[in-house]
Design a protein around this ligand. Structure first.
Ligand code: MN
Length: 195
């Protein structure tokens, strides 16, 4: 039997400041993510879900409407793990050539990603995914995740208000610009492109 464990952050809670404050990281990772993990472990206790991996929980629960709560909490754990690992403090990494080739240039990729993330209504995530043989930018609502739709995640930004509100208030676009210009770990992106 598995217990889903809180994933550790790959950096200190104050390492992304001033772009994301220590308070935001502590609240987001230490409280929001911790709650999704607690909820998930309670929901899967004494069910077949406690015998399978997090990714398998998401795949199976996505096909069972009665298990929407399990899907939502499991997908939130996966999405947050992916989001937090996609950033690095003071990282000096370069956007991969494959993204430049797919979107024309770096500015055009960032403009399309930003446009998707600013136009996402309500809570959710903007993703760069591989869908078949194409790189695409997509939005997912609430807890939804590309791995429930046969797409391979490459990069994501969490645009739930809890992700930026303490630092950026209502200015989601400023958070998105900061994420793209100062926080993305392009080495993480490159590794995902190899899969
Ligand atoms: Mn979040």
């Amino acid at each position: 039997m598995f217990t889903i464990e809180q994933f550790p952050l790959p950096y200190a809670t104050d390492a992304l400041a001033p772009y994301i404050s220590q308070e935001t990281i502590e609240t987001h990772h230490g409280k929001h993510v911790a709650t999704y993990i607690d909820n998930l472990n309670k929901l899967i206790e004494n069910t077949p879900y406690e015998e399978i991996s997090l990714v398998d929980i998401i795949q199976v629960a996505s096909k069972n409407p009665d298990d929407a709560k399990i899907f939502n909490n499991a997908a939130q754990v996966y999405n947050h793990d992916f989001f937090f690992h996609g950033m690095c403090p003071k990282c000096d990494t370069k956007i991969p050539q494959e993204i430049i080739d797919a979107f024309g240039n770096e500015a055009n990729f960032k403009a399309q990603f930003k446009n998707a993330a600013t136009s996402l209504f309500g809570s959710g995530y903007t993703w760069l995914v591989r869908d078949g043989d194409q790189l695409r930018i997509i939005n997912t609502a609430n807890a939804d995740t590309p791995i429930a739709h046969n797409m391979t995640p490459i990069l994501t930004i969490d645009v739930w208000e809890h992700s930026y509100y303490l630092d950026y208030k209502n200015k989601r676009a400023d958070f998105i610009d900061t994420f793209l210009d100062n926080l993305v770990d392009w080495n993480f992106v490159s590794e995902n492109l190899k899969q």
